[in-house]
Design a protein around this ligand. Structure first.
Ligand SMILES: Cc1cc2nc3c(=O)[nH]c(=O)nc-3n(C[C@H](O)[C@H](O)[C@H](O)COP(=O)(O)O)c2cc1C
Length: 355
């Protein structure tokens, strides 16, 4: 039986346990420069100090004009490497692996940062998104690659590509891709952009570098999402971290009597498909030690990815590993807006955790 405290091999590296911190943007913790600040270094180091085996740093933009907010951290410029190096060193000091989540806005680009663009012309929120030309697609692939090279220089163990939540790689994979060229059509065509990113990163960064895809388990269908992940793995992805994307998770086939929700079920289903091939993580609603252990000990996934629970209290990792006390996330979702509007997390406040 797998245990939460048993190591797990990811690519050529080994995480010391099965707990991963999911990426969570901090928005106004930096400015237009996109440089990582000391506050972020302390934030991630605290989650590593309390025992998480792998830290996924928040969405880190690869192109200044593809940011999801005007105050998003980035790796589009060499000047950003130093801040990331401090972050990577601080996390490594506690024995955790650390990878940044490389991000390119696509339809989800903030209009103040650059044009919304993706696979096809689409009505998106309060406006229209444009279709990327093949030249723009090739440029974006190189921007992912160059950001990964900077991540390697900063000392990270690898990178995670943001391939879910309606950002560019997910846009290409999803039903919103209406292209008729090689980047659209069937699942293979819709996976092509993500695969080109993976191959470019692998060629530039070598084998000893984790390439994770945080992909949707339900775009445009469960079957095709699994097929698309298969192409990612073939291209060189060594870790699937599953979340949702464009399709409504409420429509995902899920038995509501199970102790986890339908988004979490996407990772569980993906793990069934890729068991023994690459490790698979799941996320969403994992806020108690009991659920985290249940998912690992029943071999439902290889790692549990936790966002709000670890924002509320980094000691949740120790609670999962050793049964020690922690402050439970109240599920209020203030953390989604907290950094922007200076709200605070009630659990973090109760525990005296710096936000
Ligand atoms: C404040 C906040 C910021 C987030 N930022 C990101 C992000 O940068 N990248 C990403 O893929 N998901 C992001 N998410 C989604 C989380 O990683 C996670 O998938 C979601 O919160 C569900 O997990 P949970 O129930 O453990 O919180 C964010 C969530 C929150 C609450």
């Amino acid at each position: 039986m797998a245990r939460v405290d048993s190591p797990v091999k990811i690519g050529t590296k080994t995480a010391k346990n099965r707990i991963t911190m999911a990426p969570t943007d901090k928005f106004d913790w930096t400015d237009d420069s996109g440089v990582v600040t000391e506050r972020s270094v302390r934030h991630y180091a605290a989650r590593a100090e309390h025992g998480a085996g792998l830290i996924c740093v928040e969405a880190t933009c690869v192109a200044k004009d593809a940011r999801l907010s005007p105050t998003q951290i980035g790796l589009w410029d060499d000047a950003q490497i130093e801040g990331h190096k401090k972050l990577a060193d601080a996390v490594h000091a506690y024995g955790a692996l650390v990878i940044p989540q490389l991000h390119y806005g696509g339809y989800g680009t903030h209009p103040a940062c650059g044009p919304r663009r993706g696979p096809s012309v689409t009505e998106w929120r309060d406006g229209m998104a444009a279709e990327m030309t093949v030249e723009e697609i090739h440029k974006a692939v190189l921007q992912f690659r160059d950001a990964a090279v900077r991540a390697k220089k900063a000392g990270y163990d690898g990178v995670q590509m943001h391939a879910c939540h309606n950002y560019v790689i997910n846009n290409f994979a999803s039903a919103l891709n209406k292209r008729t060229d090689e980047y659209g059509g069937n699942a293979e065509g819709r996976a092509r952009f993500g695969c080109e990113v993976i191959r470019a990163v692998r060629d530039a960064c070598g084998e000893d570098f984790i390439i994770s895809m945080r992909a949707s388990g339900f775009d445009p269908t469960e079957e095709e999402a699994q097929e698309i992940c298969g192409y990612y793995v073939e291209a060189g992805c060594d870790y699937l971290q599953i979340s949702c994307g464009f399709e409504d998770p409420k429509n995902f086939p899920h038995d509501p009597s199970l102790p986890y929700n339908s988004i979490c079920a996407m990772g569980v289903h993906m793990h069934e498909k890729f068991r023994g091939i690459v490790p698979v993580s799941t996320v969403n609603g994992i806020r108690t030690p009991e659920l985290a252990r249940y998912l690992i000990e029943n071999d439902l996934v290889d790692t549990v990815d936790i966002a709000c629970g670890l924002l509320a209290d980094p000691a949740l990792s120790e609670a999962i590993l050793y049964g020690t006390p922690y402050e439970k996330c109240r599920g209020c979702l203030r953390c989604r807006y907290g950094p922007v509007k200076n709200h605070f997390c009630p659990a973090a406040k109760a525990r005296g955790v710096e936000e």
